[in-house]
Structure formats: C-alpha cells, structure tokens
Design a binder for this molecule. Structure first.
Ligand SMILES: [Zn+2]
Length: 251
C-alpha cells in the first residue's frame, strides 16, 4: 500500500482538576477511530492526547485534598491515562503539561514572543471577585455583582504580561476567508468570525502572579504562564517544536 503521507491528529487535553467525565471518553474514542481508519487507509498517523495540569483551580483542589499540586496531578493524570489504556486507544504520545520537555519549550516560546514584541508587560485592571479569583469588566457584571457567583467585586490592579492578539486579527480574517475549509463545520467558522474576530480582538493577559502552580516565566519568575500559552502549545511541543530548530517529526 502506498504511503499517503503524514496525518496528525489530537484530542483536546483533559483538565486534571478532577476525574474525567464521559465527554472526555467520548472524544478519545472518536479520535481513536479516526486514527485507526487513517492508518488502515495508508497514512502515516501521529495521534496525540494528554492532560492539562496547571492553574489555580488545581492548586486549590490539591490543598483541599492535602496534597502538593504535583502529587494531585500525578493522581488525576494517572486515572485519565489508565482509562485511555483500558479502552485500548492507540495514541502515540500522552503529553502532560508538567512534562519537562513541554515546560522548557513553553518558557522558550514565551521568551521568543517577548523578544519579538508580541508580549509586553502591562497591568490588568478591572473588577475582581475574590471568590472566583477572576477579573471582570464593568459591562460583564450582573447588577454590580460577580456574573459567576453573584458575590461582591472590588476594583483591582495586577501587573501582568499581555499577548498582542489585536495585531493578528486582520491576517486571521484574511486567512479564514481565503481558506473556507480551515475551520469546520461552517457554523464554528461563523461563530469565530462573528463573535471574536470581526468585533475586534483584545490583547490577552498571558501571565499570573496570584498563584504559583504554573510554568514560571524564566526571565521574571514572580509570574507564571497563563494556561492559554501553556496548554495550547502542547499540540506543537508534543511533536518536537523548538524555537531553536524543531524535530523531524514536527517538520
Ligand atoms: Zn465570583
């Protein structure tokens, strides 16, 4: 059979704040069936799945369980991987965002963004809910209270790094218009365009100082990298992306 070329397939990575739910299992089984079909059809398949292991919610859950965050995610990621194995899913790599190669690369990606001016230091200002440990804009509040828990909010300011997402809006809009197959189904493409890109992208806060359980920014270690840059990078770090020269698998 002729080799039809490389085919890369991933699932979302499961968040390790608790036990996996039926939705996680549904996703891995669907992805596994696609991977098996593509292999049988002659593609050189690389199938990746894994777990998303940083953030305040995990730090809090670990404290509640009387464990360190690392002990806690070792337990929950272990449960997830055990289930995937029990269902005989044929993944090639189970990446954990606490894996050393991933953490090192996320630090390098963050630094590269900073050096090329895509990340800058600023301050996050807004209405803060202590209960949810989250910032909201005034327009997001419900009757002056937290839209999530209904609790009191107060004005607060926190030093943070921001990703210049606004800079990329025009080229994303152009790319998606020129490649209508890029986001499928079309209802999701429309959602992305109408709800996010066309109204205008805001710069995104990509660091936190209010908790510790994350990948430290290597040139400013009071900050940890926010989950957007950490977890989402797994799809490239897991196959050997490197700012200094990527692996053959990535290429
Ligand atoms: Zn709240």
């Amino acid at each position: 059979m002729t080799n039809k070329g490389p085919y890369y397939l991933t699932t979302a990575i499961a968040y390790t704040s608790g036990k996996p739910h039926i939705g996680n299992s549904y996703e891995i089984v669907l992805a596994d069936s696609v991977a098996r079909y593509k292999r049988a059809d002659g593609y050189d398949v690389h199938f990746q799945t894994g777990s998303d292991e940083h953030g305040q919610k995990i730090e809090t859950r670990a404290i509640e369980e009387g464990m360190s965050p690392k002990e806690f995610v070792d337990m929950t990621a272990g449960t997830i991987k055990h289930l995937w194995d029990m269902m005989n899913t044929s993944y090639d790599r189970f990446i954990r965002t606490t894996d050393a190669d991933h953490e090192r690369e996320v630090q390098k990606i963050f630094k590269r963004f900073y050096e090329q001016g895509d990340i800058y230091k600023g301050a996050y200002e807004g209405m803060y809910c202590t209960e949810c440990e989250a910032f909201y804009t005034s327009s997001q509040l419900k009757d002056g209270k937290c839209p999530e828990c209904g609790g009191e909010v107060h004005p607060a300011k926190e030093e943070a790094y921001f990703f210049r997402m606004s800079k990329y809006a025009d080229r994303l809009i152009r790319y998606i218009n020129e490649h209508p197959e890029f986001i499928q189904p079309v209802s999701r493409k429309n959602e992305m365009m109408n709800n996010f890109l066309l109204p205008g992208l805001q710069d995104l806060c990509v660091s936190r100082t209010s908790f510790k359980w994350g990948i430290p920014v290597d040139f400013d270690d009071r900050h940890v990298v926010y989950v957007w840059l950490d977890a989402l990078s797994n799809y490239i770090t897991g196959i050997g992306y490197d700012t200094d020269g990527s692996s053959d698998l990535y290429k």
